[in-house]
Design a binder for this molecule. Structure first.
Ligand SMILES: [Ca+2]
Length: 188
C-alpha cells in the first residue's frame, strides 16, 4: 500500500460514527469523576455520577449554566454523540465566584493565582481556562465554601507580580476584582 493510500484508509471513517460502528480511539478507556474528600484522598464517583462512559472523551468544561453558584460539567466525546451536560446536584452550599480585571496584567487576569482562607480551610485556584481540547471554561474562579459564612482572606497573585489581599468579601456572590484592589458585585 502506498503512503498516500495508507493515510487515506486511516482517515476514511467518520469519527462521529465510531461508536455505532463499534470503534473506539481510546481502547474503551472510561471517563472518570473523583471527589476530593478534603483529607488528601479522592473518592471514585464515576459510576454514581453517570460519567463512567467509554465514549472517547476529548474535553470537559466547568460552567454554572443553572445560575445557582454550583458549576455543571459539559463533556464532549468523539464517539459519545451530542454534548453531555452533568447537572450539579450536590447539596446546596455557599460559594464565591470571582472575575478578575487586569490593568497591568492581561484584561481577564489569566494566569493569576488565588488563595482563599475560609474557616480553617485553604482553597487554591489558578485562573487558566484554556485547558481543554478545542474548548475552554469561562475565565472565572469558582470557590466552593461549604457551610462557611465568612471568608478570612482572598489573596491574588497577578501575572504582573502585584499581590492583593482582600477580606470581608460577600459570599454567594459573583464579584469582579480589579488589579487595583477595587471590587464590585456582578449581577449575572
Ligand atoms: Ca449550577
Amino acid at each position: 500500500m502506498s503512503e498516500s493510500s495508507w493515510w487515506s484508509a486511516f482517515w476514511l471513517g467518520n469519527p462521529f460514527q465510531f461508536s455505532s460502528a463499534g470503534e473506539n480511539l481510546s481502547s474503551y478507556e472510561h471517563n472518570g469523576v473523583h471527589l476530593n474528600d478534603g483529607d488528601g484522598e479522592f473518592i471514585d464517583m464515576s459510576f454514581l455520577t453517570g460519567a463512567d462512559s467509554p465514549g472517547d472523551g476529548r474535553s470537559v468544561v466547568s460552567c454554572d449554566i443553572t445560575g445557582d453558584g454550583m458549576p455543571e460539567l459539559l463533556v464532549r466525546q468523539v464517539g459519545g454523540g451530542s454534548l453531555i451536560v452533568y447537572e450539579n446536584r450536590f447539596p446546596k452550599a455557599n460559594w464565591l465566584r470571582v472575575s478578575l480585571r487586569g490593568t497591568k496584567s492581561n484584561r481577564q487576569g489569566i494566569g493569576s493565582k488565588v488563595v482563599c482562607e475560609v474557616e480553617g480551610r485553604t482553597i487554591r485556584r489558578e485562573l487558566y481556562p484554556a485547558t481543554n481540547f478545542q474548548s475552554q471554561s469561562p475565565a472565572l474562579v469558582e470557590l466552593g465554601l461549604g457551610d462557611a459564612k465568612k471568608i478570612e482572606t482572598l489573596k491574588i497573585s497577578w501575572p504582573s507580580g502585584i499581590e492583593l489581599e482582600l477580606d470581608d468579601l460577600p459570599i454567594n456572590s459573583h464579584i469582579e476584582i480589579e488589579e487595583s484592589g477595587a471590587f464590585r458585585i456582578v449581577n449575572d
